[in-house]
Design a protein around this ligand. Sequence first.
Ligand code: OAD
Length: 244
Amino acid sequence: MTEKLKSLLKSVQSVCVLTGAGISAESGVPTFRGEGGLWSRLKPEELANFDAFMKNPENVWAWYQHRKEIMHSVQPNAAHKALAEMEKIIPDFTLITQNIDNLHYRAGSKNVLELHGNIERSYCIKCGKYYSDVQITKEKPIPYCECSGIIRPDVVWFGENLPIDVFDKAVEATRRCELLLSIGTSAVVYPAAGLPLQAKEHGSYVVEINVEYTELSPYVNETIIGRAGEVVPALLEIMKEERQ
Ligand code: OAD
């Protein structure tokens, strides 16, 4: 970590954070890419797009049910908790996540921009009604709405647009922040991956935290190689200095 970043952390008033699957890896949630990643053994085109869902909703629901069970069995880690603390001490703090695992809320973050949805929510594709407690069973492997429409998970699939109001807020935040932290993302899925670049264009200092270099690395001000669960709490400690 450079001296420049240390001194910025002590004084910064406007911070934006973009998180990806890597922040939840230490909690035990599998990432998508890389060794052991979900997309190395499963096909996104069979599980994470609307046509696949309409062709075989049972299969897609079974996969989301499985992931939901994993997510319920894990706990937020030190990185999620440190970000919830940062929200309390930084006057203008925006947490943007690509994750659907709900772990930021469970760690105590209040204001989270969920770009790719949330696995706990679902909605009817016919009438749009939202559900928060859809249960899948062997007898009822596909959930239906009271209007008879199929209910789908409220997650963004390949080929679908991000929720526009959420994305707009994310863009605004990246344009005004002084510091952007990109944590645990391979930075290959757009438009989310473009947010750190936008921040940089608007004069923000951009720092990446990852266990390895990524496609974003050549464009950031600093890459800190390390585990999110160790690096993010360390950044928080520096931020807290001189703010008491
Ligand atoms: P990826 O699986 O593509 O990338 C995870 C990143 O986390 C990699 O760069 C790892 O090196 C890094 N990583 C792993 N463990 C880490 C740790 N302990 N600390 C820090 N970094 C660590 O996940 P995303 O970038 O989130 O989209 O993927 C983006 C999108 O692709 C997802 O939101 C999902 C997927 O398809 C949708 O579902 C729409």
